[in-house]
Design a protein. Structure first.
Length: 495
């Protein structure tokens, strides 16, 4: 049985809930009404709330805090919700014995803990001892190892129980755990008013992850990065899996160490990994084998599980995408600049920059490399000296260029814009700009490119090129063009 999806609503007034009760989010099986969110949490307000027309079963919940502090007040509001027609009453397991049996409504015994702790099975059994058909335990999951323990606990507890991961891996944990028999999974309707600070969006759980159809046979892939919330990979790859009829999901893993993911890969049912900043060079060192593209670039953005020998094979679809993109762009530039060799400025020295540099080896160009640490730029130049001579520059201003490639994290959420100082003067007339970063609301690179009227290839465009290659590796077959186009639209892109 698949997990039933619960959409959490935090209504300030009964009127604020009216539209959602009539037309709940697609995919939702229950609507959780948080009574503690009411600005005036009175029995009359609860009655008015539940008197509204609805087309979905309602779970009434009242947590401590907000406008409700005392346990007696919480119990009174829950009792009123039961009398007013709530289908399910979510009650803290320690308070449940105080709720009169005469109050209508099915009970859901729940407990929320703020820190991960060992021996959670004892706490889960305490909750289950209340005898309710549905039970819930919300627990933070801050690492792959903690997530593995929660998955094992869910399998041990079986149907009727719902482990609800919170914390750093809240979204990913809920997708994983849906395949281990969790009875319920929760998502926020309004991301500005979540039931918990890290509660994922209910629309994303349904539309991107298809959480209602995750089951015991579902296999998983993950994009591993820090940070990772901005990644388009889940939207793209999950659309591909759906389009080709493969029971797989791609999730995000925001971690501190890639090795932690590999150590837990079996327990997480991971068949492949999309690797992003800052783990691409580390991925190659942790792989048991590597294809030439990864070896040549010294980095991997893809790890595929191998069975014989058991381990991980490193690949680099950034390099593949760069080999597709840059010859085409440079051919176009040369048509307008006959007989000239373009000056190319590569910003960055990490895994993505190395993929671009190796893809440019066969091109007649003058290459300069800038990195926030000049020593890193010099290291990359030294690695290229036998194939593509390059110069390390201490400042982008030292090398006005015909093609500028941003292979730094600047332009992604969490990056520091001041780490990249660029202006229109850095671009020569008729220049091309290629941005490998995406996700941030603004970018100094794109602003400078726009001011210089440079032709821009965006990070979203580049993502689609490399994700296409990656999807073929993960699905084991060419991806039809119609499916690729659908996946790009799912990412909000037009190509």
């Amino acid at each position: 049985m698949s997990a039933q999806l619960v959409a959490t609503l935090m209504p300030r007034t009964p009127a604020e809930a009216a539209a959602t009760l009539r037309s709940p989010p697609p995919g939702a099986d229950f609507l959780e009404l948080r009574l503690d969110a009411l600005e005036e949490p009175t029995p009359a307000a609860v009655t008015a709330l539940l008197a509204l027309p609805r087309s979905i079963a309602v779970i009434a919940t009242c947590r401590a805090g907000g406008h409700v502090a005392a346990d007696s007040q919480r119990l009174a509001l829950l009792a009123q919700a039961g009398e007013a027609g709530a289908d399910v009453l979510d009650v803290d397991d320690t308070l449940l014995p105080q709720l009169p049996d005469s109050v209508p409504g099915e009970r859901l015994a729940s407990c929320h803990v703020t820190h991960f702790a060992p021996r959670l099975i004892s706490l889960a059994r305490r909750i289950a001892s209340q005898g309710t058909r549905l039970c819930k335990l919300a627990v933070p999951a801050g690492s792959p190892r903690q997530l593995v323990e929660l998955l094992a606990l869910q399998e041990q507890l079986g149907p009727g129980f719902a482990i609800v991961p919170t914390g750093r891996l809240a979204e990913t944990g809920r997708v994983f755990i849906a395949g281990r028999g969790a009875a319920l999974s929760y998502g926020a309707i309004d991301l500005e008013r979540r039931g918990h600070p890290d509660q994922p969006g209910v629309t994303r759980l349904h539309e991107i992850f298809g959480i209602g159809t995750v089951g015991p046979s579902t296999r998983f892939f993950a994009v591993v990065a820090n940070p990772v919330a901005h990644s388009l990979s889940p939207a793209f790859h999950n659309a591909v899996y759906h389009g080709v009829g493969q029971d797989s999901r791609m999730v995000t893993l925001d971690v501190d160490r890639l090795s932690d993911v590999l150590q837990c890969a079996d327990a997480l049912r991971l068949d492949g990994l999309a690797i992003s900043h800052p783990f691409k060079r580390e991925a190659l060192t942790l792989a048991t084998s590597a294809l030439p593209g990864a070896q040549a670039t010294g980095a991997a953005n893809t790890l595929l599980r191998t069975r014989s020998p058991a381990g991980w094979q490193a690949r680099n679809t950034d390099w593949k995408a760069s080999c597709d993109l840059f010859p085409r762009l440079l051919k176009s530039w040369r048509r307008a600049h006959a007989g000239q060799a373009p000056r190319v400025l590569l910003l960055g020295s990490g895994g993505a920059a190395r993929a671009v540099a190796v893809a440019l080896v066969d091109q007649d160009i003058e290459l300069a490399i800038w990195s926030r640490r000049l020593s890193n730029a010099r290291e990359l130049c030294a690695a290229l000296e036998n194939t593509l001579p390059a110069t390390a520059v201490p400042d982008p201003d030292h090398f006005p260029a015909d093609v500028i490639v941003n292979a730094t994290p600047v332009g992604m959420p969490g990056s520091e814009p001041d780490e990249l100082r660029l202006g229109a003067a850095n671009f020569r007339s008729g220049a091309l700009a290629v941005d490998l970063a995406y996700g941030a609301a603004s970018s100094p690179f794109r602003s400078a490119a726009a001011e210089a009227h440079a032709q821009l290839t965006s990070g979203e465009d580049f993502f689609c090129l490399q994700a296409r290659r990656q999807a073929e590796l993960f699905t084991g077959a060419p991806v039809p063009e119609s499916v690729r186009e659908l996946a790009a639209r799912r990412c909000g892109l037009t190509r």
